[in-house]
Design a protein around this ligand. Sequence first.
Ligand code: HEM
Length: 588
Amino acid sequence: MEAWFITLVSFCVCFLIRAIFSLHSSPTKASGKAIITTPPGPSHISIITRLLWLRKSFTELEPTLRTFHAKYGPIITLRIGASPAIFIADGALAHRALVHNGSLFSDRPEAPATAAILSSNRRNISSASYGATWRTLRRNLASEMLHHSRVRSFSGIRKCVLNSLLTRLKSASESIHSVRVIDHLRHAMFCLLVFMCFGERLDEGKVRDIARVERQLLLRLGSFNILNFWPSVTRVLYRKKWLEMLRLRKEQEDVLLPLIRARKQKQKQAKESGLNDDHDDVVSYVDTLLDLQLPEEKRELNEGELVTLCNEFLNAGTDTTSTALQWIMANLVKYPHVQERVVEEIKQVVGEKKEREVKEEELHKLGYLKAVVLEGLRRHPPGHFVLPHAVTEDVVLKDYLVPKNGTVNFMVAEMGLDPKVWEDPLAFKPERFLNDEGFDITGTKEIKMMPFGAGRRICPGYNLALLHLEYFVANLVLNFEWKVPQGGDVDLSEKKEFTVVMKNALQTFRIGQNGPYRVRNGPFRTPKSRTKTTPRTTHSEIRTARSGTHPERPVLPSERPVLPPERPVLLSRTARSPSGTARSPSFL
Ligand code: HEM
């Protein structure tokens, strides 16, 4: 009999049994009197629908969740898995849960089978349960790596990475091949994180090797979800998938372990020679982990756990930041007046200098730039949900029961677009943050948006992320004029990968010697013959255009941007992104 049929029948039986039990277990008594139930939600979701849903990420379910919220209110329950999944779409409720009741809402759900393997049994920050191990790992990251004096010690590498990004973009703009901007942005962020993690500048090939292995695993995560339903059975039925996951984890160990061991060796030699670590001015994340003691087990981290933690560090700071950076740049292309205002502010505040560089220590003077970054995070948060939370005991929130065995999910994107909180929420208007004296992104006082989460599980890297975003946006617009052809547009459609990315990525291109390229639903092509009215161009420009749904449209001579003397125009187009979905229970 077909494996899928056996699996389907088995799941149906399991769900029926569990559904019967869960119907009886939801209501509870508060103070011995009133019956309190879980938040409302659709009572009947067919088993087939549940099974299909279980294979999808929350982001893919977002439109359906929105419909349910419209019907049932800002807090709802879905019974799609073995335990209830609660979804909160309202900032005030999220604040009540994560900030007022932070100690109760800061746990994570049990790790499913695949996550348990990839997270070394939850010995990383994002999936550890709320307890001593989590506290130790998180404190180490926050105080040893993300403290502002340590972050400042990496300013040299940020400058190097920026310069190399600018050079790459320049040569991309001069190449006849169009190049996806996101690939360069992601590579730049990855180089920064690799350096912070291992304390060394690795050669290009090595960095690309690690990035390839990391990304492969990240994009395949979603497809391994099936292995989490009845693992002892699916592991046999989907043996190939199971082996693929183990192979990808092994590849990860193969690329990361030599770097970890090299650092260990270095530390050992330093100790033996009587030198303390201070002789080496770079303290890497691995260094901070080597001496760490797991409080509950009273032992050091083993190699598998070190790989898991390095992997978390690399992934947590790369895709999120580069995704946000691309969204911000796309909006700056779409709204040239916003881009011009950023440039004007830089010129006024930083002054016009020979070298086109905004230094890190100058960023705090750039209020409008900050507003642009915040608006980018509000309008396009890289994660539309925070990582799933769990409660440490049954809790009552807004008169509803949040059961201990359930998951609690916060709808970040919905909060950022809430019309009760944001005027004209779909518009990209950085000005909305200018009146707010020091907008509180941590949501401590109130939650208007929460791209980094809020409360005790808030992203510990948010300051580093904001620094990276401000520094790169400022220098990217100062060094190039990012332009869209007249009459063209930027397509801001979304697509779920590990984060929510642009469906049609921003791309650089040039109007080269062979005449104008065409903007079409797919790659740009050089037309077979150049029309007489189309003059040659001798320089590079950045353009963005809409692809996907946009009909084919030639680039007209009148669309050629006029180059301002001081900022070369760089070039861009939109490309099909590699496909793949991933549920993100943690930065595995
Ligand atoms: C734009 C960039 C970033 C965004 C949007 C972002 C967003 C988030 C979000 C939404 C969470 C989950 C919060 C929750 O579950 O309540 C999170 C957790 C986390 N982030 Fe970030 N993040 C970014 C950059 C970084 C960076 C640069 C690092 C470190 C290098 C980092 C490290 C982590 C870690 C370790 C956690 C797990 C925290 C915990 O469970 O206690 N993130 N991040």
